[in-house]
Structure formats: structure tokens, C-alpha cells
Design a protein around this ligand. Sequence first.
Ligand code: NAI
Length: 681
Amino acid sequence: MTDTDNHFRAETDSDNIVWLHFDRAGSGTNTFSTEALHELDRQLQSIATQCPRGLVILSDKPNGFIAGADIESFTRIETEQQALDFLRLGQSVFNRLAAYTLPTVALIHGFCMGGGTELALACRYRVTRDDPATRLALPEVRLGIHPGWGGSARLTPLVGGLKAMDLMLTGRSLAGRQAKRIGLVDSVVPERHLRAAARRLILEAPAPARPGWLDRLSNSFIARPLLATVMRRQVAKRAPQEHYPAPYALIDIWRQHANDTGAMLEAEAQSVARLINDPTARNLVHVFFLQEQLKGLGRDSDYRPEHVHVVGAGTMGGDIASWCALRGFRVTLQDQSPERIAPAMQRAHALFRRKLKQPREITAAMDRLLPDHKGLGVARADIIIEAIFEDADVKRGLYRELEPRMKTDAILATNTSSIPLEELTEALARPGQLVGLHFFNPVAKMQLVEVVNGASTTAEVSAQAMAFTRQIDRLPLPVTSTPGFLVNRILMPYLMEAVTLESEGVAPGLIDRAATGFGMPMGPVELADSVGLDICLHVAKVLASHFNAEIPERLQQLVDVGRLGRKSGRGFYEYRKGKAVKPKVSGSDAQLEEISDRLMLRLLNEAVSCVREQVVGSNDLLDAGMIFGTGFAPFRGGPMHHIQSTGAGALQARLQQCTSRYGERFTPDPGWDSLFDTQGG
Ligand code: NAI
């Protein structure tokens, strides 16, 4: 017997078990909209009247179980009351499920996120597929909220306060086996046994899992205050409360209400309703959509390269090659001699061990990555990534030698960080095939890749380069081939202002504190030291020659005496075992604000200049580039979003003040006058 609605389909088998299939209409992914929740509610009411032996909830989508609430619907919530209504709706549906006396199973494959996990928690049992694609998480903190459909009320008693809070405070995901280890799921089986495992749980109805005594103890009213203090301290290290209120709110409601499901549910709803309208949550939702936008780029291309050839096995080329092999590509890695390739192979092995863990998979990845100092892979490669010295002559020389041996439709991608593509195409007979793929260091960590379009790059090659970037699980950002492209160009004035401040006698620690106070992940002084002061100087010189900017003398002086930053053991800071030694510093709030203003105004002014020159296609793309390329304060939604919420006029006036006080470098870009005239946010 089947009963079909728009998003759900129920069928009853010969054992009188109802299988409720979620298959959201008009979408490739299951998410909960208000409508889908209402429909689930109707289904649950109707199933209850049939008195079946049990209920199994499963997804018909190949990509996963349920991705959570429909985040689009967050953007339509304007008041706390509207938020409460949405939260109470979800809670009432999941409460109905949790109150069933018959056995219920969530049958999980692929991703199970947020509201999906909360639905699974409202079932008596959870069964997951045993494969790397199956991941469970409650990642709400990443959107500036926390679980609000019973997630915290049900997870904490199930796995204990410590483990539950760790999952919710970090938002990290667990594979099926990890989830079973902490008691979040009951059974982890291969695909072919999934249904049988669910059926067995319904027919045998074993007692639901209970946490061990230590996990129960972590929820006790004696342990909670102490644990809450420790949790707050840990969260404060990565997310200050004034910028990220959600984890602190979650810790508070757990400390006050754990062990009282009713009170916890009410507190969850009230707290999320408050948070969801907070600028942090709004901006983080904006960032989520920016990420989706980048993920969507290149989706239309059917480009399917198989073989990647990388030339240059240094810092960047070596890591790009290993990353591509990790993502499943066949890769050949070329340099001037086998000795120059060896360190990259060692780093690749370390990366595979860290990411893949299983010896069989590590060996397979190593087999995909071939050292190739003779460049034999060139003739077979679908895409060639050049990452040799940053010298236009040397690059042109290499291209002359490479091109005749390449397949005619192969893409040639350069990882240059500053050379306009037009300077390189001179050496090519097929300039349309050259595109920039500008990776950031470290490759395994930085999500963004600037896809640089030169004057000759064909639209097809550009789309293929974006598709390839997605295939290696990176976020492509299309930019024009202008000096510094987008990210380095915007970052450089900010770094140079930090150097100027330091040469005025301001302690590096204070400069960095002002920037992290604004929400940057790392201060500019430490960032410059990490990148390498010689590299900073080189990029600064390229940019200065084009934009007529000044480079503080101090930078050249440090490079001249070999203080190159972390890699040489000393830059602005001294380094011990790779860590900066930061002397204690103090400064007044006013001083910190002044420093922060000087740093950020220069960054924002350059962002405006890039918008005016259309280095990227929209304000949103600029924001995405700076967030995923530099970690620009995500809770502020990106530089352009920040300008819009602070007020362009006020910032422009502040720039003018700084111009008279500190010099011409603060002169407002002409773009400020027409900032939000033509483009949406
Ligand atoms: P690197 O100096 O670490 O490595 C360059 C490698 O290229 C060396 O191993 C060298 O032996 C090899 N090489 C030079 N000429 C060659 C040739 N004709 N044939 C084969 N191999 C050759 O340099 P790094 O830092 O990896 O930079 C490479 C490129 O990536 C540059 O264009 C740089 O601007 C760019 N880049 C660097 C970033 C960084 O943070 N280091 C970030 C983003 C881009």
C-alpha cells in the first residue's frame, strides 16, 4: 500500500512496517521547508492511526538523507515571533515522532545535517551506511545559531554532555563508525544490508542505547557548571563572544536545563529565535550562500579531465599535485631533477596519511602521483599546471618548450601570483588555452582558487578551469588578469599599513590584536611573517609599480638582513619551534580602534577600487573571495557587506580624516561615490 504526497511517500510492507520516503519535490537535496514539515506532520498523524509494526524514515535522494532546514527560509524570517513559529513547528513534528510508542528508525546514507540529524534523534534507532560519504553533524553554530528542533535536548542525554556539546560547539561531522562509537547511531552497515538492519531493529525492538556512567555524569547538575566554564574558555579561543554569541548561548541553556527535556526544548527555541535575527547569523547565512554561489560556478561544464601534469615541485606545485592526486586525479609532477621532486613526494605521503588513514587508500593515492622529471606526462595531460619561479622570462621559456608537446585541447594553467597573463601569452601559439589557477598557500587548507581570465582566455577554457577547481573540491573565483588579481591586491595595502604602523613604533602584538579584534583570523604582522617577507616585498613591488603606491622602507630593510619571517626564524617576530614569540603588549581601546581603522580602511578602500575596475563580477564575489581566500571576518559577511552595513558615507568620511592625518594613501577611491548604485549586495 502506498500513500503519496508532495515530498513524502509512505509504503507499508508485508511485515506491516511503514517505510516513509523523503524525496523533496523540485530539489536534488532533502531540506525542511515549512511546507515539508507540515506534510511530514500529516504523514506521521496518518501513520499513527494505522498502528503499524514500526516506522522507517529514509531518503530517496542519492546524495544523502536530509541536509537540514531550508536555509533559504531563514532569510524570510524578520521577527523573533516568526522565528519562534518556525522553530515550534519543527519541534512539534519531531516531538510527535519521538512520542510514538512503536519502534522508529532513521535510515541514513550520505549527509545528515542539522534538522536531518534532529529528525534522526527523534527516532528510537539510527542506522547508517558504512562509507566515507555518510556524515552526521549538527553544524548550526556555523550559521550563527545552534540546534533548535530538539537537537541539543535529545543529543545530550543520548551521548552525554561532553560529547554532545563538542559536536554542537564545533559543528564538525562524524562518519557512521565514529557516530556509533559515541552512541549516536545504533548500527553501521554496508549499503546492501541497510534495509535488513532497519527491519531487524523494528522486529526485535532492542532497548535503546544508553550512555555510560561517565557520559551521564557529565550531564549532572554537579558537573555542568565546571564543564560549562571549561567549554566557554575553549570556545573563546576561536570565537569571541561579542562576534559569535551562539555557542555561548548553547552552553548556557545546557548548563541550566540539561536533564529536563521540556525546559531544554523551550530554551532552545527561545534562544535560536533571538540569535537568528542577530547580524552575526544573518551575515553567516549570507556567507553560506556566497559559498553556494562559488560551488555553482563551472557546474554547467561537462569537462572531465583525467590526467593533471604539474611543472614545478616547490612549495606550491608540490602541494597542488598532491592535492589533485588526493582528489582522485592521475598526476605527473615535473621539476628540474628527481632530487627537487623528492620533498614534494614526502609531503604528499604525509598529506595522504593525514586525510585518508586507511593504508590501502594511501597506497592508491601514492600510485596516482608520479614523479616525472623528464616531463613525459605533458603529452598525455588534459590540464597542465605551471608553478615554477615567479619570473615571466622563465615561464615564457617553459611554455615555448611545453606547448608543442601538449594535446591541442589541453589547458595550460599558471599559478602565477602577480604576472598578468598577457605577458605570458606572447610565447604561445594557442593563447586561448592559457588561464590562471591561483592557489593559496597552504593548498590543503585554503579553499579559494582565483581563476584568472586573460584577454585571450576563451570562455570555454575559463569554464573548464572552474569545473576542474570544483572537481578538486576548491572554490573557484573568476577574476580579471589585473595586477595582484583580487585577493593579494586587497590584502597588500592592509599588510603595508601594518608595516608602517610597526615602523612608527607600534608593537607588532598590538597591531595584530587590533586586527583579530575586528575579526580577522590572524593579525597582519603574523600573516606577513608566515607568507614570507621576501614574497610580500615582491608582490608589493609588482603592485606598487602599477598603482603608484609606496612600500614602507622597513620591509626592504628586514629582507636585506635576512629576516624573512617564520621560515628564517625571525621576521617581525622571533620564532621558536615555528611559533611566534609575542611579548606582552598593552594599549587603550582608543588606540586599538585607531589601529584597526587604519588597517581596515585601507583594505576596504582597495576593495572599492576593485569593484570600480570590475576585477570581479559582483560585490558578492568580492566578499566570497576575501572570506574564503583570507578568512576575512565571516560574521561581518565580507568587505562589501561590511561597507553596506556600516554605511559607505561614514567610512568615506573617515578615510578623508585619515588622509589629512596620515597621508595620501588613504585618499578615498572614486568608486565610493557610486558604490551601491548599479550592483546588488
Ligand atoms: P618554489 O621556488 O618553491 O618552487 C618553484 C619550483 O619550480 C622549484 O622547485 C624549481 O626547481 C622549479 N622550476 C623552476 N623552473 C623550472 C622549469 N623550467 N622546469 C621545471 N621546474 C622548474 O616556488 P613557489 O613558492 O612554489 O611558487 C611557484 C609559483 O607559484 C610562482 O609563480 C609563485 O608566484 C606562485 N605562488 C606562490 C605562492 C606562495 O605562497 N609561495 C602562493 C601562490 C602562488
